[in-house]
Design a protein around this ligand. Structure first.
Ligand SMILES: Cc1ncc(COP(=O)(O)O)c(C=O)c1O
Length: 475
């Protein structure tokens, strides 16, 4: 340990011991010192610019020769870890701005891309610019002012009771779900909820989950990452077809209110058939109610869960109603699955931050969440109607949700439109391009998925014009 006048408290893990039979070899001590210094820089314990002890004082501290320290410093200066010259002060070098290695830039690339696209019309996104910042800030302030300190401790892995109570009330009132606080598990968005469910089902001996075809590829990936297989469930005008359920299947993942991406509603007789299958086989239905609040022309379609609360896991998310960045969702779980899912939360450390939970409970209880949804629904409905009028072709699935489907004659036309969009700075997504079909094949239907909710209010008209210009081009 060497104490710096500047305050740098230098702990170096230099191996001074070792075999005494000479196997250690000459220079081993110096290499050990070099490696300890490299570790210190790499880990950030020795930040750029920090001054290292003089060679004499470090040698005295470590009980080694000064020559060994000088040699180690010289080597690390040559390698670029340190700067200076022994004798005139040695410091930790400032690293050059890191350049991403190939394959390392997936995340950085995403945020970069978001900046370079002029219009983003990918599906599945609300207008995040309309996030109710003021209401949220008040909810956070109130929550912090009133919550007992114990709510900031390690809490119940299922979530804070106050939020579970609020969610049970909301899901019952707005979506017709049969829920009570004890059946709610707060999760970090639907994606996290699905990963936890898949893990729990795997732990119970499950090997496979049926997922809709077409369906969100990300969900298939999450299921597979938990060690289960996925089986395709065909979708037609009546939604997912229960006739295609495999014999042995732990669960079926469904989007009953608004099939993603085709936009159809699960037909009543199929709801009954899925519930019957679950009861008969002991399987579960996972109801992904990702945008159930956004139905424009009729009353919202009620949740499938109410038909078989003992076999259906209902999943809600704040990603569409508030913002995906909230990473907030909820599962309403049959009694038989509660313990396994809660264990999955504990085993993966997937709990949701308690301040977020407290503020969200406040937002729901004060009616701000409902108010925000009602306001957004009006805006999105107007956009939906305008889009349908401008594209002047039937747009399936636009009775609800945040995206429209523009059917195209071929996968090739889809590819060309997306490419033309890319050149024009308009970000588009298609059934084929985004991997919605389980088995990619050119003869499956092609379509653009137009996320009309995503553009900020001030930019909606420009986004619409840009889209119309593309779709009417001869591309
Ligand atoms: C089909 C579907 N389910 C669920 C979600 C919500 O996922 P999360 O809550 O993880 O943001 C999305 C978001 O795009 C979706 O498209």
């Amino acid at each position: 340990m060497a104490e710096q006048p500047g305050g740098l408290d230098l702990h170096l893990d230099v191996r001074l011991d070792g075999p005494r039979d000479g196997r250690r070899g000459p220079g081993a001590l110096g290499r050990s010192l070099e490696s300890a210094l490299r570790d210190g820089v790499r880990s950030g314990r020795l930040p750029p610019g920090s001054r290292l002890p003089g060679s004499r004082s470090l040698a005295a501290d470590l009980g080694i020769s000064r020559g060994t320290v000088v040699q180690a410093y010289t080597q690390l200066i040559a390698e670029g870890w340190l700067t200076g010259a022994p004798g005139s002060g040695t410091s930790v070098a400032t690293p050059p701005t890191p350049t991403a290695e190939p394959g390392e830039d997936a995340l950085a690339g995403r945020s970069h891309e978001a900046e370079t696209w002029s219009v983003d019309l990918r599906p599945g996104r609300p207008d995040v610019g309309s996030f109710p910042r003021t209401a949220w800030a008040s909810a956070v302030r109130r929550a912090l002012a009133t919550a007992p300190s114990r709510d900031l401790d390690y809490g119940d892995p299922a979530g804070l009771p106050v939020l579970r109570q609020a969610i049970a009330g909301y899901a019952g009132r707005a979506r017709g779900v049969r829920a009570h606080a004890g059946s709610v598990i707060v999760v970090g968005g639907f994606s996290s909820g699905l990963a936890l469910l898949a893990r729990a089902l795997r732990g119970l001996g499950g090997t496979r989950i049926a997922t809709e075809d077409p369906g969100l590829p990300r969900h298939r990936e999450l299921v597979r990452a938990a060690g289960l297989e996925t089986a395709p469930l065909a979708v037609d005008a009546g939604g997912a077809d229960p006739a295609g359920l495999p014999v042995r299947c732990a669960a079926a993942l469904l989007t009953p209110a608004h099939q993603h991406p085709l936009g159809v509603v699960l037909a009543p007789e199929r709801r009954v058939a899925f519930a019957g299958w679950a009861r008969h086989t002991g399987g579960y239905l996972i109801e992904d109610d990702y945008d159930g609040e956004f139905r424009y022309d009729h009353h919202p379609v009620g949740a499938l869960q109410a038909l078989a609360p003992d076999r259906v896991v209902y999943a809600g998310s704040a990603s569409k109603a508030l913002a995906p960045g909230m990473r907030l969702g909820w599962l309403i779980v049959p009694r038989s699955l509660r313990e396994p899912v809660i264990r999955a939360v504990e085993d993966t450390g997937a709990s949701v931050p308690s301040v977020t939970q407290l503020a969200f409970a406040d937002l729901i209880e004060r009616g701000e969440y409902d108010r925000h949804i009602r306001r957004s629904r009006l805006v999105y409905r107007r956009r939906r109607t305008e889009l349908a009028r401008r594209l002047s072709s039937p747009l399936p699935g636009v009775a609800a949700g945040l995206h429209a489907l523009l059917p195209l004659p071929s996968a090739e036309r889809e590819r060309r439109l997306i490419e033309a969009g890319r050149r024009a700075g308009v970000r588009l997504q298609g059934l084929h391009a985004a991997g919605y079909w389980h088995e990619p094949s050119g003869d499956r239907p092609a379509a653009l998925l137009i996320g009309y909710a995503a553009p900020p209010r001030h930019d909606w008209r420009r986004a619409l014009e840009a889209l119309c210009a593309l779709t009417t081009s001869s591309t």
